[in-house]
Each structure stands twice: as structure tokens, then as C-alpha cells.
Design a protein around this ligand. Structure first.
Ligand code: THU
Length: 137
């Protein structure tokens, strides 16, 4: 499957990031099983701890609209450059909390696409990024 559109949406979302503290922009685009794309950006907070990651913004938007079946997520992120726009040269893997939140709704073969602006992509399954994950099921 071609994830270029998903990656493009994730890149666009880095412009929406609210990052006055870290100046690190993250964008995510989550594909549900009906083909709809849910986007997210990171939203920081003065308490730091109340910050929400881009991946969780996307998944919470979808779940709060009744969608719980997902196929894939594209994630991009990087620091602000001199002109204030994000430099998206390196891959930006999801943090541990986001991996755990994804595992609540996504199967082991859910796809996680890391991308950069050079056009490179790295594909993982959720099981690869969160092996032996905790579950009550
Ligand atoms: N961040 C994300 O949005 N997703 C992650 O998976 C890792 C970190 C954000 C949180 C914070 O706004 C900034 O990146 C620096 O940690």
C-alpha cells in the first residue's frame, strides 16, 4: 500500500502544532478502516505534563467521533528551523504513552509509518514497536 497521502497530511499538520515550550513540531495522520484520515498535532501546555502528543490528538479525535478501527498512522516531527518552520529531516518515532494508547484500539499488525521531508519512509507494525504489550483482554 502507498502511504504518501497519509505522510503528506502528517507533514501539513506540523504547521498546526502548538509548541511554545519545546519548539518541536509533530504531525500525525491516522487512517481508519473506512479510508477516512484523522489528523493530529502536538498541543503543549504551561504545566508541560498536560501536553498532548500528535498521535493521541488524532486517535482521540477519531474515538470521540465513534471510530475505533484503524489501519495505519503516519508520523513526522522535528525541531523548528531558523525561519520558524519545522525541520523534518529525521524520523520521529512515537513515545511510549502513544504506543500504549494505539495498542488500546489497534491490532498487532497496525502499520506505523515514520517519514521525513527527504521522502524516506520506515514501516513498522505496532507489535514491532510495542512487543509484549500490556492488555487486560
Ligand atoms: N511529541 C509528540 O507529539 N509525539 C510523540 O510521540 C513524542 C513527543 C511531542 C510532545 C512535545 O510537544 C514535543 O513532542 C517534545 O517532546
Amino acid at each position: 500500500m502507498n502511504y504518501d497521502e497519509l505522510v503528506q497530511k502528517a507533514i501539513e499538520m506540523t504547521k498546526m502544532s502548538y509548541v511554545p515550550y519545546s519548539h518541536f513540531h509533530v504531525g500525525a495522520a491516522l487512517l481508519d478502516k473506512n479510508g477516512k484520515i484523522w489528523t493530529g498535532c502536538n498541543i503543549e501546555n504551561a504545566t508541560y505534563g498536560a501536553t498532548n502528543c500528535a498521535e493521541r490528538t488524532a486517535i482521540f479525535k477519531a474515538v470521540s467521533e465513534g471510530v475505533r478501527d484503524f489501519e495505519a498512522i503516519a508520523i513526522v516531527g522535528g525541531p523548528e528551523g531558523a525561519d520558524g518552520s519545522p525541520v523534518l529531516e529525521e524520523f520521529c518515532p512515537p513515545c511510549g504513552i502513544c504506543r500504549q494508547v494505539l495498542s488500546e484500539f489497534c491490532s498487532k499488525d497496525f502499520k506505523i509509518i515514520l517519514a521525513n521531508k527527504k521522502g524516506e519512509q520506515k514501516l513498522f507494525t505496532l507489535a514491532e514497536l510495542l512487543p509484549e504489550s500490556f492488555s487486560l483482554k
